[in-house]
Design a protein around this ligand. Structure first.
Ligand code: TYM
Length: 343
């Protein structure tokens, strides 16, 4: 007699994602993640978090951290996160994140963390002087997701390795504590033409908050003039736009601008090429600047409006945190029981 196969556990579909409140959000954050967050709200319940505990893995001025936390919350809402429908809060207000991260510190292996490329990039030559928090950062990220048993995680390409680690941690926890299927395997949602937006100054580098050059990125708070200037100054090559994607090979700056256009216009790079094949970059940049201004300046305007009332943002984050804590509570009770904690 053969055993019947164990049925696959089913999980309620749930989105979790977050961004660090370090500096101002930029076009990469918007196209790589935030735009997908808005879309996913139509499909399943979503939890969107301002990950202030992740931010302090590198030094943050406390006054600036508080400001940036409110600004990121405002950016989420200005871009279309609906705090009534989705849960919006800042990470440090829900203790489950820290608690589960500690347990995951004891589940994840040093060898796994040693492979994390983002740590290597961020620590650089200064490894010995990096915070321990920066090293175990991916464990906290796994805790963020799994404290809610989230199933879908919309992020940019650069977070893929961290999500693979979260899946490994979930799997090992389930095996170690004899709880098959307790944690789900969260799915990365990495889609669209903007999953890896590159610097406007160097097509081989990711657009990043920490780049010294302001001209490398478009911030969500930039005004129309600034956006125009930055796109005008963006690096390109002397060739006109090709007629198909093959013609973009070896032209990372051209490819990046095309992907940005496609992301902002909600279309594909192929579609944009069919419209602009043979055009000079001067023409294309004008069209891109118009599009970027049309899409981004309303977000900046709405952010400003929201940030004029920081008390309202704080109240909103507090309410969101209460809802998040409520969702995590039964899961954390099970975790404590499985681990063997009394009480
Ligand atoms: P963070 O704050 O660096 O970035 C926030 C989101 O923006 C995406 N992103 C990009 N996408 C496309 N092109 C770019 N140039 C670009 N730069 C950033 C990131 O992939 C991310 O989706 N560890 C995370 C935050 C985090 C998290 C989580 C995410 C903490 N816990 C749990 C998901 C689930 C981070 O540092 O993102």
């Amino acid at each position: 007699m053969t055993d019947a196969p164990t049925p696959e556990p089913t999980y309620e579909k749930l989105v979790f994602s977050g961004m660090q409140p370090t500096n101002t959000l930029h076009l990469g954050n918007y196209l790589g993640a935030l735009k997908n967050w808005i879309r996913l709200q139509e499909q399943m319940p979503c939890i969107y978090c301002v990950v202030d505990m992740h931010a302090i893995t590198v030094w943050q001025d406390p006054v600036e951290l508080r400001r940036a936390t409110r600004e990121v919350a405002a950016a989420y809402m200005a871009a279309g996160v609906d705090p009534k429908r989705s849960i919006l809060f800042n990470q440090s207000q829900v203790f489950a994140h820290a608690e589960l991260a500690w347990i995951f510190n004891c589940v994840a292996r040093l060898g796994w963390l040693n492979r994390m490329t983002q740590f290597k990039e961020k620590a650089g030559k200064n490894r010995e002087n990096s915070s321990v928090g920066l090293y175990v950062y991916p464990n906290l990220m796994a805790a963020d997701i799994l404290a809610y048993k989230a199933t879908h995680v919309p992020v940019g390409e650069d977070q893929k390795q961290h999500l693979e680690l979260a899946r490994d941690i979930a799997q090992k926890f389930n095996v170690d504590f004899g709880a098959p299927g307790f944690f789900p395997q969260p799915e990365p949602v990495i889609t669209g033409p903007g999953t890896r937006v590159m610097s406007l100054r160097d097509g081989s580098r990711k657009m990043s908050k920490s780049d010294e050059s302001e001209y490398s990125r478009i911030n969500l708070t930039d005004d129309a003039d600034t956006i125009l200037q930055k796109i005008r100054k963006a690096r390109t090559d002397p060739e006109p736009l090709p007629s198909d994607a093959k013609g973009l090979e070896g032209r990372p700056e051209a490819e990046n601008l095309l992907n940005i256009y496609a992301g902002l216009a909600d279309t594909t790079a192929e579609q944009v090429l069919s419209e602009y094949a043979g055009a000079q970059f001067s023409t294309f940049k004008n069209a891109l600047a118009d599009l970027a201004v049309a899409k981004l300046t309303p977000i900046a305007g709405e952010m400003q409006r929201l940030l004029a009332h920081p008390d309202e943002i704080d109240a909103l984050l507090k309410r969101g945190a209460e809802r998040a804590a409520e969702r995590a509570r039964p899961i954390m009770a099970d975790v404590r029981r499985l681990v063997g904690f009394v009480g």
